[in-house]
Design a protein. Structure first.
Length: 268
């Protein structure tokens, strides 16, 4: 094996360790007591315990927050895709890049600068503390994200297929529904996964706009940190449980993305 191959393998190994070790430490700590977590002698050898999982699940707060995150994440992602995917097709096909750039401003403006006017506006509408206000605020992030992922994807699709469909009698929007949309499914899956994970991990909006009944998982995780101390075992157990749904979504979507790309590569 050449030195170049060894160097490449070493770089990949270091990158994997940097990415994987924190996750391994989190999962391992979830099965430890607080004393074992802070004891260097128990980092590798310890007696596993399910006490942390029992404590975080028995209170009912974590399952409720997980349901709230699921409702907000799925709803905001679905509504964002309904708005952003046709818009991305229009921008890509009709070269409306100026309009697309305006939407990009939403990604540039710091979201925290909007929280005060948002809170005042939604409070006047009586929406603060509801799922609706979280869905709307998360769409502020998800719509530009899906739009900019899909613009490049639609621009990469052969325009000749849509032109042929229009010659056969389809309207421009009909070609989008029957030609472009099916071909873009791998890109839509990728964009929706990114949007869902962004919503699932969003902390700031829920901290300000949610209440006790609608707070999401990141806010609940923050409650394990207090002035008196940190419940590291409970925090690691809750973080492990929180990671599973997003990880499952990513793995399931990956299969569909790979299948879609493979199918598209064989069409000629």
């Amino acid at each position: 094996m050449s030195a170049k191959s060894w160097l490449r393998g070493g770089a990949i190994t270091v990158a994997l360790l940097v990415l994987v070790l924190p996750v391994v430490w989190m999962v391992a700590s979830a099965f430890k007591t607080n004393v074992q977590i802070t004891d260097p002698g128990s980092w590798l050898v310890f007696t596993p315990t399910l006490e942390n999982f029992g404590n975080v699940l028995s209170g009912g707060e974590l399952p409720s927050s997980m349901l709230n995150s699921l409702i907000v994440g799925v709803t905001s992602t679905a509504l964002s895709a309904v708005l952003a995917v046709p818009a991305a097709w229009a921008v890509g096909r009709f070269r409306l890049h100026g309009t697309g750039s305006l939407v990009l401003v939403a990604r540039i403006v710091p979201a925290i600068s909007l929280l005060v006017p948002w809170y005042y506006l939604f409070a006047q509408l009586g929406l603060v503390g509801s799922h609706a206000v979280l869905v709307l605020s998360h769409m502020f992030v998800s719509v530009p994200l899906i739009l900019w992922v899909m613009i490049s994807f639609f621009e990469g699709l052969p325009v000749e297929l849509e032109e042929a469909a229009q010659i056969d009698g389809l309207t421009p929007f009909g070609t989008f529904l029957r030609i472009a949309l099916p071909l873009a499914m791998p890109g839509i899956a990728t964009a929706c996964v990114l949007a869902f994970i962004s919503s699932w991990n969003n902390f700031m909006f829920a901290l300000i706009l949610a209440d006790e009944d609608t707070k999401t998982l990141p806010v609940t995780l923050f409650s394990f940190v207090s002035y008196a101390g940190t419940d590291w075992g409970g925090l690691m157990a809750a973080a492990t449980i929180t990671t599973l749904p997003a990880l499952a979504v990513a793995l399931l979507a990956q299969k569909h993305i790979v299948a879609g790309l493979t199918a598209g590569a064989t069409k000629g």
